[in-house]
Every structure is written in C-alpha cells, then in structure tokens.
Design a protein around this ligand. Structure first.
Ligand SMILES: Cc1cc2nc3c(=O)[nH]c(=O)nc-3n(C[C@H](O)[C@H](O)[C@H](O)COP(=O)(O)OP(=O)(O)OC[C@H]3O[C@@H](n4cnc5c(N)ncnc54)[C@H](O)[C@@H]3O)c2cc1C
Length: 383
C-alpha cells in the first residue's frame, strides 16, 4: 500500500473530523464530505459529556494545538452525576473527584466542531451530500453526491451519522429502532438573573430529575473555560417521556414551534419543586427541539473491504448513556491507529480496516446495550 492513499470520509461530525485530523497528521491525503451547507447548521443538541475514553481518543487523534483549542473552549470541569425526585430529594449521587484540570468533562457541541475543523481547511467540503458509492474495476471507491458529482479514493469511511447513506448501501439489512422515548431539548442562557436560579448541584455535572408520572428531566451547565466569540454560558435542559405520556403524536411533536415545545416542558413539570420548574420557564424560547431516541440493532461482522463505517453510522447510540460521541471518537482513534500503522509497515489498507472492525463492532454494540440499560433506569428513577 502506498502511504499516499486517499481516504474519503462521509460526514464532518465528531467522529469524521477526529479521524480526518488523525489521518492528516499521519500523512494521509484526506477529504471529508459534509451535507450541511456550513459548519454552523446543526440541530443535534448542545452539551456533550466527555469521558476518559473520549479524552484518550482526542489525545490520540488531535495535533497538540487543536487539542489545546478544544480543551480551552471546553466547559469548566464538572464532578457530579446525580438523580432526584421531582421534589428535589437526592436519590443518587456519584462524584468524580480525581478529574485533573487537563481533563475535558464536557463541551458545547458546536464549539467542539469548530475546534475539530481547525487546520483542516479545504479538506472539508461542505454542502456535499453523499448518496452512495461504486467500487471501481481497480478496487478503489467512487463516492457519489446528490448534485451528481463524484470523487475517488482508496477507502471510504461512512461517518455520516444515524441515517447513514453509506450504511444503507454497505449493510442494507442493518436497522435502528425507536426506543420509545422522546426528548425535548432546550437551553437557558446564563446571565445575571438566570445564574441565581441554578441549583448548586446542577452546576457540578449532570443532574436527572424524575416524577412518578413518567416524566424525567436532565440539566447540566456549560460554563466555557474560555468563551468563544458569540457564545454564552448556558444550562442545557431536556424533558424525556414516552409519546403516550407527552400526549402528542410524533407528527404533531415534530411540527411544533420551539415555544410550544418549551410549554410542554413547563406544563409537564408544573407540580415539581419550583427550583426545577422555573428552569424551563426561564429557558430561551427559540432553543427547543424534539428528538426520537434511537438505537442500532446489533449486526454481524462482514467481510472487510474498501468501505467501512464509524460512530453513529454503524452503532447509533441513545443519548441516555452520554457515550455516543465518546464511542465515535474511540472509533476514529482505533481506525486512524490501524491505518497509520498499515502505512508505516506497508500492509494493505483492507487489513487495517479488518483489524479496526474487529475492535469497533463489539465495543459499539456493547456500549449501546449499556446505554439502553441506563435509559430503563432513568425512566424508573422517581422512587
Ligand atoms: C441530544 C443529544 C445529546 C447527546 N449527548 C451526548 C453526550 O453527552 N455524550 C456523548 O458521548 N454523546 C452524546 N450524544 C450522542 C452523540 O451526539 C453521537 O453519538 C455522536 O454525535 C456521533 O458522532 P458521529 O460522528 O458518528 O455522528 P455525527 O456527529 O452525527 O456526525 C454525522 C455527520 O454526518 C453528516 N451527514 C449525514 N448524512 C450525510 C450525507 N449523506 N452526506 C454527507 N454528510 C452527511 C451530518 O450532517 C453530520 O455532520 C447525544 C446525542 C443527542 C442527539
């Protein structure tokens, strides 16, 4: 294999960009194709919890100056995960006092993406929706775009998230299932007035509050170590319930304007402790959006070739474990490690891909199972 192999990545999300950083650093020619028209058009959540695995993967993938940027724009360290009844009685608390000041415990998703883009320049092509691929007669991959164009490389990595076009073609039998929960995400900008509303524990990590009527709500702050231009510190809020409990069909829920979604959260928590209830009441009206919690069904290993998958594209992770991004980063680190080692030793790309898939598949699907167990516990937390 030539050490100038060309790697095509579908999706400039967390996993795709971390992989691009690591491969460029390792001497590969990399190009990333992203569906979004610009780096700032996402509606996929606000705060991301990063764990030691995610931190280790970032250290592996990112050049020093990019890692420093991601760290300096991350949130001030949190050390608590706790659960409460809707009367704000603590039922569980776990602290992580050993965290060093260097460790990244959480990030703002958009800010992380800006950090991961640093230095990649025109290797990332926005407004390029991947629709599929062809394997050429010489065994290379030709990736095809919605606008009719195409590009060719030695390996295509589908890092194109939950509705992956690459997965649809590579593994048409692979499915994701609706876990039966809906989340309504929002956020409250922290200013002089709202700062005083945040209970102390909610400023120390992720706090989960649940009642005995089927509603749960999560809260966590992002206070930037060094605030990027235009960003504000905020409290992330999420209301979680089954569609039955919410009392609206998906068709209605996903068509509701942001203010109506916020009102659902306000109404759902109307008899909760006032310190919790008022957080939804003071949240920013235009920031609310709904998501369906989905999880991939386990798939068997397939024969490795010039197309592979990474992150949510292969193992869509419910957000309940707070590990989907961490796992996508681990995938990026594992795949980059195998590809760079292959280039150094002259091994064929496909052997590196096979070695990556042997690690990635069981890790990804075991992590989904843990996240689903966590989802069951979260909706049963009230008592
Ligand atoms: C609300 C919410 C909260 C979460 N909280 C956490 C958390 O705290 N911690 C955690 O670890 N995980 C969390 N997760 C999960 C985490 O966000 C995902 O697991 C993670 O983003 C997966 O990374 P990825 O790179 O695989 O996919 P993504 O980050 O989703 O990136 C996929 C990229 O591919 C692009 N794309 C899609 N289709 C195409 C196409 N056809 N052509 C080109 N580009 C395409 C998308 O626009 C996107 O940029 C959360 C998820 C949600 C929804």
């Amino acid at each position: 294999m030539s050490d100038h192999a060309r790697i095509l990545i579908a999706g400039a999300g967390i996993g795709g960009l971390a992989l691009a950083q690591a491969l460029r650093h390792g001497g590969y020619d990399v190009v990333v194709f992203e569906r979004d028209p610009t780096p700032r058009t996402r509606d996929q959540g606000y705060r991301l919890h990063l764990d030691p695995n995610g931190n280790a993967a970032l250290r592996t993938c990112l050049p020093r100056q990019v890692l420093d940027r991601v760290r300096s724009t991350s949130g001030v360290n949190g050390d608590l995960v706790a659960a409460y009844t809707h009367r704000l009685e603590q039922v569980m608390a776990q602290t992580f006092p050993a965290i060093t000041s260097d460790e990244i415990t959480h990030v703002d998703r958009d800010t992380l993406r800006q950090g991961l883009l640093a230095g990649l320049g025109d290797s990332v092509r926005f407004d390029r929706t991947v629709t599929g691929y062809q394997i050429t007669a010489s065994g290379r991959v030709r990736v095809e775009f919605l606008d009719g164009g195409s590009d060719e490389g030695d390996l295509l990595v589908g890092a194109d998230g939950v509705r992956s076009a690459v997965r649809r073609q590579l593994l048409p039998h692979a499915t994701t299932r609706d876990v039966g929960l809906r989340c309504i995400y929002g956020r409250m900008t922290i200013n002089e007035t709202t700062d005083a509303l945040i209970p102390d524990d909610f400023d120390r990590g992720f706090c989960w509050v649940a009642d005995d009527k089927g509603y749960g709500a999560g809260f966590a702050t992002v206070r930037f170590r060094s605030r990027p231009d235009g960003a504000s510190d905020y409290l992330m809020t999420t209301l979680v319930a089954t569609p039955d409990r919410l009392g609206v069909t998906d068709e209605t829920l996903f068509a509701l304007p942001s203010e109506d979604l916020r009102q659902i959260a306000v109404q759902a928590t109307v008899d909760w402790h006032p310190a919790v209830r008022q957080l939804f009441a003071h949240a920013d009206t235009e920031t609310f959006f709904p998501i369906t919690i989905r999880a991939s069904e386990r798939v068997d290993a397939w024969e490795a070739g010039p197309v592979t998958l990474l992150g949510d594209a292969i193992h869509t992770m419910p957000p309940t474990g707070g590990v989907g991004a961490n796992t996508a980063l681990q995938d990026a680190a594992t795949l980059a490690g195998e590809l760079v080692a292959a280039a150094d030793s002259g091994r064929p790309l496909v052997e590196a891909v096979a070695a990556y898939e042997r690690v990635m598949l069981p890790r990804g699907f075991d992590t989904i199972e843990n996240s689903l167990r966590m989802a069951e516990r979260m909706v049963a937390t009230s008592d």
